[in-house]
Write a protein that binds this ligand. Structure first.
Ligand code: KG4
Ligand code: ZN
Length: 353
């Protein structure tokens, strides 16, 4: 069973071919990230336009890299939500058109569930990818941390999971991106804040950890505001001082200490809840998923504190990609889940888990 996966929910146009839900044959990602950097965040219109330009070459390249023709492809899987409307539309329309013209079954994939399935890839023909030695075993505790989502879910089996908790406001990646903007570091904030944090004192500032009514729920907006207030206070200004004028007044040391103190609390927040859920549900495996799962300190912190061994997927498969969509597409097909109608499949920008 070979599935072509197509992903276009945000600023990455991506396609990949996966065999039987474990073997990655190709993985092509074209990002419009550089075009958004000047604005400090993804601009939906720019993202949609670059998906239009990239989608066909990216799909063709994914087939070529996998050394496949259309005859070798058994099904097409595409992200239909959640994401930016204009961005999702390009991937879904491409997938629908190809499903009709190449006469392939079509599967509609939830982007966030897809992130979790990146962890099922254990073999690849591609160079420079380090994958886990074996697939995770059910029940699986999944910590999903991305630019749009922060969630803890318990997967009892394929297509049988419970959402234990989620963010009530900003996602953790969104908090990284906003903090980067406040202290004057480049977009995307995850990698840049983390790099700066290496130079700073993580205990310089005591940022708050949100207390939530739901045991496994998160909140990051208070943390982000605490960073803003601290930055304003450090330069001797009050809360009315515009955030856009803060970066030029901060020293490199202040920037690094704020970054380090923020990263410590943000990572602790999600690791604490993952450990709590581990104790309550005793899963056989723990996986992390989503762009922030590429973070080396987060990976280390979680692995160090869990009582079981964890194997992470390659960092390149944490941020948005087609491989995760193709992998979940394989399982969807192999488990006889319903196909999507290529004539009517609609996007679902607000799709939840
Ligand atoms: O999963 P993803 O590619 O897109 C969404 O589905 O949201 O996640 C993007 C997020 C961004 O907020 C980015 O700042 C964050 O992942 N990110 C990281 C790292 N690389 C990307 N956060 C922390 N450390 C990283 N190395
Ligand atoms: Zn994502």
């Amino acid at each position: 069973m070979r599935v072509l996966g197509i992903e276009s929910s945000c600023d990455e146009t991506a396609a990949a071919v996966v065999e039987d839900g474990y073997k990655l044959l190709s993985n092509v990602v074209a990002s419009s990230m550089d075009l958004h950097a000047a604005y400090g965040g993804v601009v939906p219109e720019i993202a949609a336009r670059s998906h239009i330009e990239s989608i066909t070459p990216v799909i063709e390249q994914a087939l070529e890299q996998a050394q496949c023709t259309w005859d070798d492809i058994d099904a097409i899987a595409v992200t239909y939500g959640a994401g930016l409307g204009g961005s999702l539309l390009i991937g879904v329309l491409a997938a629908r058109t190809l499903a009709i013209t190449k006469q392939k079954p079509l599967y509609a994939i939830n982007h966030v569930e897809g992130h979790v399935y990146a962890n099922f890839l254990t073999e690849t023909t591609l160079p420079n990818l380090v994958l886990p030695g074996k697939q995770p075993e059910f029940p699986i505790l999944a910590l999903i941390v991305s630019g749009g989502h922060s969630q803890l879910a318990l997967f009892r089996d394929h297509f049988d999971y419970t959402l234990l908790g989620q963010t009530q406001d900003d996602a953790i990646g969104e908090a990284f991106d906003k903090v980067a903007k406040i202290i004057g570091l480049p977009y995307p904030g995850g990698p840049s804040v983390e790099k700066k944090a290496l130079e700073g004192n993580a205990f310089k500032y005591q940022f708050p950890k949100a207390k939530m009514a739901g045991k496994y729920d998160f909140s990051f907006s208070g943390l982000k505001t605490a960073v803003l207030r601290t930055a304003q206070a450090e330069i001797g200004e009050d809360f009315t001082f515009p955030s856009k004028d803060i970066p030029e007044r901060l020293s490199e040391a202040q920037r690094a200490d704020i970054a380090a103190s923020f990263v410590r609390i943000a990572n602790e927040t999600v690791v604490d809840k993952a450990l709590l859920a581990f104790e309550e549900f005793s899963p056989k495996s723990v996986v992390i998923a989503g762009g922030v799962a590429a973070s080396p300190p987060l990976r280390k912190q979680l692995a160090d504190q869990l009582p079981i061994a964890v194997e992470y997927t390659d960092r390149k498969l944490c941020t948005d990609n087609g491989a995760m969509i193709a992998t979940l597409g394989c399982f969807t097909a192999m488990h006889g889940q319903p196909q999507a109608d290529p004539y009517t499949l609609d996007i679902a920008p607000n799709l939840s888990m």
